[in-house]
Design a protein around this ligand. Structure first.
Ligand code: G4P
Length: 529
């Protein structure tokens, strides 16, 4: 198989949205069009017995939010598509950031009646940090929606990004009649009869055919549409693919994921506009996806995805070349040659072991505890190291204590494994046991997930004591006499599990005063040692 051809047909993207905007429904419809599932409703249905494939953890199902990101691959129109689902909740924005590191673009789903919501804002910011192309799908047009011009303005003023509506809605709610395709200059009429059970049929009519238009969408909406189109052609941004690729212009699509309307045109246009796997930076080297041999980096580690197997999976984004299941790879951070164990890919409900994969693909490999987030794995000839994935400094801290001290082993294993996944950071008091663990997180919901997972996966009950600290700083000095440090009562000296010293603080004022009282002390927000 031609490697270049395989890589060029890959499209790897993340979907982001405020909870309830329709991300799961849209993902499901993509899978439906790709033939990866047979019937709408197979993927989701929070109130029904079946649960979304992307909602792996019980807690997600109970709370109706996606806690962790999952990966799905399917084929459509000779494209090989990798979708990365992202958690909608702000408390998981670090997970979202890591997932976006593995994506080449993002699809932002917006509820047409609500416009931009708090999570859309936060997630957009995370996308903007990566400068990846962002495509906007304005969903739920079968419900009463905001004026589309107002929605465009919201995107432009709030996000400082240009908008290019690729299609334009004709009415909304009960009066939703379809969309106008600005490129093909015809309308696609909405037929509500099937309500999303199968692929939508389309009826195409040209704007130059007013009689048919009147019959199809009525006089009032036809006149409105002609007026809107004139306004759009005169005033909106020009389409510029280069700007799209730099995240400066977002192509906007309108539709209704629930009824399937507008989903396929979106998918088709999006796949043409979104880039195939891009070159990646590895310190001073630029790794070209096609001409370089195999390379990948770990962006996510997840334990116990399948309760029956008690396994731990490291997810890797392949950045270049072809992966072959029997090949020897080099794990840069451990300086070791190895074979990747049980490489697999996710397809809708199933995981399957794979023989080969290409740049753009995400593979999950069995991890006996050797991988960390950001690790590089590559062809032994390469010896490159992808740039680190930045971590967010925790802002919330709790002390957790195991209820049953006889379960110490499970407790330590549980907190250590969950910490290795990158969702929490754990610390302890210098030279004491680990019955008490201090936990730092970016979002408070992580504490609930931790408590829930310790109970479900490790059978350990904990007591949680909230702490008032808000900042963590690592001591960077190599030879420091910890006992001589002058630390006030409103700060706490701790050690992480690698033995590095750190201090928790209540306020930036306390940080300053401790620095003043300990000349020469060097503190850093993120531990680089
Ligand atoms: P999320 O993943 O972004 O959180 O959203 P999800 O797809 O779960 O959709 C949230 C709710 O919005 C669901 O209804 C879903 O059926 C509905 N929805 C999604 N797309 C559309 C659309 O285009 N039009 C309309 N009218 N509704 C849409 P629910 O009642 O909360 O859940 P369920 O019982 O349908 O699962």
């Amino acid at each position: 198989m031609n490697i270049e051809k395989e890589i060029n047909r890959r499209r790897t993207f993340a979907i982001i949205s405020h909870p309830d905007a329709g991300k799961t429904t849209l993902t499901e419809k993509f899978l439906l069009y790709g033939g990866a599932i047979q019937m709408a409703g197979a993927v989701k249905g929070k109130k029904h017995s079946k649960h979304a494939v992307s909602d792996w953890m019980e807690i997600e199902k109970q709370r109706g939010i996606s806690v962790t990101s999952s990966v799905m691959q399917f084929e459509y129109d000779n494209y090989c598509i990798n979708i990365l689902d992202t958690p909608g909740h702000q408390d998981f924005s670090e997970d979202t950031y890591r997932t976006l590191m593995a994506a080449d673009s993002a699809v932002m789903v917006i509820d047409g009646s609500r416009g931009i919501e708090p999570q859309t804002r936060k997630l957009f910011k995370v996308c903007a940090m990566r400068h990846i192309p962002i495509f906007t799908f304005i969903n739920k047009m079968d419900r009463e929606a905001k004026n589309p011009f107002d929605l465009m303005e919201e995107l432009e003023t709030e996000f400082g990004i240009g908008t290019y509506p690729v299609n334009w809605p004709i009415g909304s709610g009960d009066r939703f009649k379809g969309v106008y395709d600005r490129d093909k200059k015809h309308i696609l009429a909405f037929d509500n009869s099937e309500r999303g059970k199968k692929k939508a049929d389309k009826i195409e009519v040209s704007l130059d055919d007013p009689d048919t238009l009147y019959q199809l969408i009525g006089e009032e909406l036809t006149d409105q549409l002609i007026e809107d189109v004139e306004l759009l052609d005169g005033a909106s941004y020009e389409f510029d693919l280069n700007q799209v690729h730099h995240g400066q212009l977002t192509p906007v699509f309108f539709g209704s994921a629930l009824t399937n309307f507008g989903v396929e045109p979106f998918l088709q246009n999006f796949l043409k506009m979104t880039p195939s796997p891009l070159a990646r930076k590895a310190q001073d080297t630029i790794v070209d996806p096609v001409s370089s041999p195999f390379s990948a980096f770990v962006f996510k580690i997840q334990a116990n995805m399948n309760k029956a197997h008690r396994d731990r999976i490291a997810f890797m984004r392949i950045c270049s070349g072809r992966f072959d299941k029997d090949m020897n790879v080099y794990h840069v951070q451990r300086n070791k040659s190895m074979k990747l164990s049980q490489p697999q890919q996710m397809m809708a409900q199933d995981r399957e072991v794979i023989d080969e994969a290409y740049a753009g693909d995400i593979i999950g490999v069995f991890d006996p505890g050797i991988f960390s987030i950001g690790d590089t794995v590559c062809d032994p000839k390469m010896k490159i190291k992808f740039d680190n994935i930045p971590t967010f400094a925790p802002e919330h801290f709790e002390l957790i204590i195991q209820k049953d001290t006889l379960k110490r082993k499970q407790f330590v294993k549980g907190v250590s494994q969950i910490a290795q996944e990158g969702a929490i950071q754990i610390y302890q008091e210098p030279s004491t046991g680990v019955e008490k663990v201090y936990v730092g997180v970016v979002g408070v919901l992580q504490f609930e997930v931790l408590e829930y997972r310790l109970k479900q996966e490790y059978n350990v009950d904990i007591i949680r004591e909230p702490l008032s600290y808000q900042y963590v700083r690592w001591i960077q000095n190599e030879d420091i006499d910890i006992k001589s440090l002058k630390i006030s009562l409103d700060a706490k000296l701790l050690q992480d599990f690698r033995g590095n010293y750190l201090i928790l603080f209540n306020s930036t004022y306390t940080i300053k005063s401790i620095l003043d009282r300990n000349p020469g002390l060097i503190l850093a927000e993120v531990n680089t040692k």
